[in-house]
Design a protein around this ligand. Structure first.
Ligand code: CA
Ligand code: CA
Ligand code: CA
Ligand code: CA
Length: 419
């Protein structure tokens, strides 16, 4: 497969995924119209059991009659405690397993044949592990002896919930599709909405989701919001599909990390390109840990009210089109750079007007056809500038301080005619 190496590093062992993947496809095809994800499993009474030795091997595994369960046990030096549980219901279920108490251990979930599905080291959790009908084992291998409480829970999977393993784009799962709401604040029309809810239950956990594109001929933009759990910075990477036929690897379109733990990260206007069937979005912790609480990834596709920037446009090569005499809008996020190419026949003289929203100051720079800089002007947050220029083919806007993901800027090029 066309896997850039970082994807491989984060993979949960690719052991025998075929069976689960096939089950997932079969299950999904039966459940195309599944409802929006539920935030929490139905509260069910926990079965409490006490560990009984010997239980050091799969053959001697202690059976767990039902989930959710709390096992009260003791890990001795070099000890290993193995428990067996069964899933009888049809469909896919998400398993979470974690330990509380003094003992520290490696937790592993394995199939009946002994192959490992996933593992974690306390205080990490096993989270959102997708399992279908069958027998499974949970094994605790002592790192630090002591007493523990082992929790194992299950909830039915619905589209839009995390599904492990999904640590690389090749194991990405299609997002839940929600009803679009209508008109956004900017006057843009929302055409699709998607949501995922998941957990970064291990330090190395990455969760990837596929977003199918619904692009009208006029083009469309995505607004992406990633809300991390408390204490964690959000990290989002967006890939296009590349071109498998031409052996072109997926390109990284966006790579953004939140500046403050627990705060949402917003990508306000990622362009939906008409030749792309889908994008893949991978999310993980960009700093901090919270193995228990969920994150939310929400994506809204919209058709802008008028001409709009089209991210990524941070280089001259990827410049967005800038028509003459029609205002173009865009967002300057923190550190953002937006390039525009002035379309239509060049007229020698023009006036550029830029209006910035509050919260972001920027520099506007003018370039000729071969990339020579002609002038640069600084514009303060909430301010505007007008500049008369000649023989300009490209414009670069560069955020200097701050950013604004809610209010767009406005840029218009007026033709001045011949002197
Ligand atoms: Ca034991
Ligand atoms: Ca994952
Ligand atoms: Ca921008
Ligand atoms: Ca940009």
């Amino acid at each position: 497969m066309r896997l850039p190496s970082p994807w491989l590093q984060g993979m949960v062992g690719a052991v025998a995924l075929g069976g689960i993947a096939a089950a997932r496809l079969a299950y999904e095809s039966e459940h195309r119209a599944t409802p929006a994800p539920r935030a929490a499993a139905a509260a069910a009474a926990r079965l409490v059991v006490v560990e009984t030795e010997p239980n050091d091997t799969a053959g001697a595994a202690q059976p767990i009659a039902r989930l959710p369960v709390e096992v009260r046990g003791e890990l001795l030096a070099g000890d290993r405690d193995v428990f067996r549980f069964r899933i009888d219901e049809p469909g896919a279920h998400l398993i979470a397993a974690w330990m509380e108490g003094a003992a520290r251990a490696r937790l592993r979930v394995t199939r009946a044949d002994g192959s490992e599905l996933t593992s974690a080291e306390t205080p990490e959790r096993i989270g959102a592990l997708a399992l279908i009908r069958g027998d499974y084992f949970v094994t605790l291998e002592a790192a630090t002896k002591g007493s523990y409480r082992l929790m194992v829970e299950k909830r039915p999977w619905v589209r839009g919930l995390d599904w492990e393993p999904n640590d690389d784009p090749d194991h990405a799962l299609e997002l839940a599709r929600l009803e679009p709401s209508a008109t956004l604040e900017t006057g843009a029309n929302e055409i699709a909405r998607y949501r995922a809810v998941g957990w970064w239950s291990r330090r190395s956990d990455v969760d990837c989701y596929r977003v199918p594109l619904l692009v009208p001929p006029t083009g469309a933009d995505f607004r992406i919001e990633l809300v991390p759990p408390v204490g964690v910075k959000a990290h989002l990477v967006v890939y296009d599909t590349g071109d498998p036929g031409a052996r072109i690897n997926p390109q990284r379109l966006i790579d953004v990390t939140g500046t403050v733990a627990g705060e949402r990260t917003i990508v306000p206007a990622l362009g939906e390109r008409s030749w792309q069937p889908e994008y893949t979005m991978c999310v993980d912790s960009g700093g901090g840990e919270n193995f228990m609480d969920s994150y939310t990834l929400e994506i809204r596709a919209f058709t802008p009210k008028g001409p709009f920037e089209f991210e990524p446009n941070d280089t001259r090569r990827t410049a967005s089109a800038l028509p003459r005499d029609v205002p173009v809008s865009g967002y300057l996020t923190r550190g953002d750079v937006d390039w525009f190419r002035i379309s239509a026949a060049p007229s020698p003289r023009m006036r550029a007007r830029l209006e910035l929203p509050a919260g972001v100051s920027a520099q506007i720079a003018f370039f000729d056809e071969i990339g020579r800089e002609r002038e640069r002007i600084r514009c303060q947050a909430g301010g505007s500038i007008a500049a008369d220029e000649a023989a300009v083919a490209f414009i670069e806007l560069r955020a200097l301080e701050g950013g604004n993901t809610e209010k767009p800027y406005r840029l218009v090029i007026e033709s001045l005619g011949s002197p």
